[in-house]
Ligand binder design. Structure first.
Ligand code: SER
Length: 321
């Protein structure tokens, strides 16, 4: 049977790239992008697009009746810093959106559901280094609390309602094709743009704030790999730990300076410092590696080179990389 895939929250940082990757695999007509807003990005002109507010259950059901998707990727969420600024909206969007999708998966017999979790499920009492899959989880942000509750709901719907739901705890995602919005890890995206424009980055985290990160091509690969793996290989139905690399603002600055020696970072930590401090430094993802063969390709310098190479022409720069 030909798969039809619905991507909810398609115009975000991950969705934009995932829609492109899915259209390359399944064909433009079989990947339905949806979001509360229309994006000018070219990829959305190449196949079906539905305006959809995930808080509106009826509207979701109308889209499901129309396109009869066999898989749903539900990416719509408020990220950490935005959800702290708008806690009620953060909680209701992140939770109600997931309830609507999981209930619809039962009612419409959707074959597979993908829902992203995050390193934000961990908290101040979590072991900070090589954080294991199962450990103390005491998130203290609305975003983290919603993701941890969401993980429990996913596992519950798998066990009790038979929904084949799969999930990854993403580290900070870094890519050049689409802009991030509202995350604590997002300095690691803007720093590359600053390096190619002003030559200076003012960092909202301190120099030694180490966080787990992942380059977008690896994030896409992990997402597609877990969705394509046979169901019996997916042994964790809450969400898998996932790691690529870990670095602090000092280290990413040094990595950029290998290519742009005059680049400078200054430090002006703000309210996001406390969020970052409550998250792990590094993640143990051995279960993802063992169960469905996860293996990242990019380290910090390989990512820096690829980011700068792809962003430089946008700013009329040529770098010898
Ligand atoms: N990148 C996210 C954030 O910073 C973490 O999942 O909010």
């Amino acid at each position: 049977m030909q798969d039809n895939i619905l991507v909810i929250g398609a115009c975000g940082q991950l969705g934009t790239e995932l829609v492109e990757a899915l259209r390359n695999i399944y064909g433009d007509a079989h990947v339905i992008a949806s979001d509360v807003r229309q994006s000018p990005d070219e990829v959305f002109k190449q196949g079906p697009f539905e305006l959809l507010d995930i808080m509106d259950k009826q509207a979701l059901e109308t889209v499901l009746q129309k396109h009869k998707p066999t898989q749903v990727y539900h990416l719509a969420a408020l990220l950490s810093a935005t959800a702290e600024a708008k806690p009620k909206l953060g909680w209701s969007l992140n939770m109600d959106g997931l309830f609507h999708v999981l209930d619809a998966a039962v009612d419409f017999k959707i074959g597979k559901v993908y829902w992203p979790s995050s390193i934000a499920v961990f908290g101040p009492h979590t072991p900070m280094n090589h954080t294991p899959q199962n450990c103390v989880m005491d998130p203290n942000t609305i975003y983290g609390i919603s993701k941890l509750a969401g993980e429990r709901y996913c596992e519950y719907y798998f066990n009790k309602r038979g929904v084949d739901v799969r999930s990854l705890r993403y580290p900070g995602l870094i890519g050049y094709k689409s802009a991030p919005g509202g995350g604590t890890t997002d300095y690691a995206v803007s720093i590359y743009h600053d390096a190619l424009t002003t030559g200076e980055h003012s960092c909202f985290l301190g120099p030694d704030t180490e966080l787990p990160m992942l380059y977008m091509p690896d994030a896409l690969k992990a997402t597609l790999d877990i969705m394509h793996a046979p169901a019996d290989q997916i042994k964790i139905r809450s969400s898998y730990n996932l790691a690529g690399m870990s670095f602090d603002p000092k280290a990413i600055t040094a990595s950029i300076q290998k290519f742009i020696p005059d680049f400078k970072t200054t430090y002006a930590p703000d309210h996001r410092q406390a969020i970052a401090d409550s998250w792990p430094n590094s993640i143990d993802d051995s279960e993802a590696r063992a169960d469905w063969g996860w293996q990242p390709a990019y380290d910090l310098d390989a990512m820096t080179k690829d980011m700068l190479m792809n962003l430089a022409p946008r700013y009329g720069k040529s770098l010898s990389l």
